[in-house]
Design a protein around this ligand. Structure first.
Ligand code: CP
Length: 311
């Protein structure tokens, strides 16, 4: 496996291996590549969490980062994504992280480029590393996935997080539910069952709220935002009725007062900032998983000394 494009390409066992490595890293183990690896991060769409955590993960792994500023790149002279990636590859960069508004932008790249690609989000398509950090957050909480009731709430149609999460959560044996405006339902809802938000509140072990993706909406959908919080959001009253051990997740950034009452963002049940924290470790583990076989790697013994030697 040379790329991380979609979790559909990974077996459950490979995904659990990445989560296991992420847990070791989180517990203090260290891993550094012994070869001189170079990576570039191409973010054609805005990002805070994904961009910074990829960069932090790369630094912690001893990978050299070559900065790329879209606004001062030859993209401004009309250079295509394909030609940009081919150019980066020709210079000897080993791997690239890409976020782009075009769904499946990677298809033409994989055909013509040899460089390893990490998908940091393709339009409304997929967001595999967000899903890995969501899985780690759920695993940290419940230990396993089988039989958990998880409801994904909100703008499913425009959410790459929903698309990536639904497929693998279903493979992991989760009882998957969807809730929110029916206008924003998508084929991905076939992985689960539609339920009203009030039912979701009663039965869920995890309430996974989605950001309303205003930037992807076509004109004419503004009416869905009227009373969105009251109709579909996590209000203070709904939070009080959640199951005792139910946790709240959200990929963020959060529209406070829309998907969730602002006072709940940091409440006891919220795992929103745990998700962000886990993002660094799953991205380290994912980079290790994809690049170690291609380029070799080495482990540095930490106080925990849990790594198996891989070289
Ligand atoms: N969750 C997420 O992808 O956040 P950013 O857009 O800030 O990277």
């Amino acid at each position: 496996m040379n790329h991380l494009i979609s979790l559909k390409k990974l077996s459950v066992s490979e995904i659990l291996d990445i989560l296991r490595d992420a847990t070791r890293l989180k517990n203090g183990d260290e891993y550094k590549f012994n070869s001189n690896l170079y990576m570039t991060n191409l973010f054609y769409e805005p990002s805070t969490r994904t961009k910074i955590s990829f960069e932090l993960a790369q630094r912690k792994l001893g990978i050299n980062i070559i900065n790329f500023d879209i606004n001062n790149s030859s993209m401004q002279k009309g250079e295509s994504l394909y030609d940009t990636v081919k150019t980066i590859e020709a210079m000897g960069i080993h791997s690239v992280v890409i976020r782009h508004s075009m769904e499946q932008y990677y298809k033409e790249l994989i055909g013509g480029c040899n460089i390893s690609i990490f998908n940091a989000g393709d339009g409304c398509g997929e967001h595999p590393t967000q899903t890995l950090l969501d899985l780690l957050t759920i695993q940290n909480e419940f230990g396993s996935f089988e039989g958990l009731a998880i409801t994904i709430v909100g703008d499913i149609l425009h959410s790459r997080v929903a698309k990536s999460n639904a497929e693998i959560l279903s493979r992991l044996g989760v009882k998957l539910y969807f809730s929110g405006p029916k206008e924003w339902f998508d084929d991905v809802c076939e992985y689960g069952t539609y339920i009203d938000i009030e039912e979701a509140i009663e039965i869920s072990d995890v309430i996974m709220l989605l950001r309303v993706q205003h930037e992807r909406h076509k004109p004419g959908q503004e009416y869905l935002m009227k009373n969105y919080h009251e109709m579909y959001g996590l209000t203070l009253d709904r939070e009080r009725r959640l199951k005792t051990n139910c946790i709240i997740m959200h990929p963020a950034p959060v529209n406070r007062g829309v998907e969730i009452d602002s006072r709940l963002v940091e409440c006891k049940r919220s795992r929103i900032f745990n998700q962000v924290n886990n993002g660094v470790f799953v991205r380290m583990a994912a980079i290790k998983h994809i690049l170690q076989h291609k380029y070799g790697g080495n482990f540095i013994e930490s106080s925990n000394k849990k790594w198996q030697s891989i070289v």
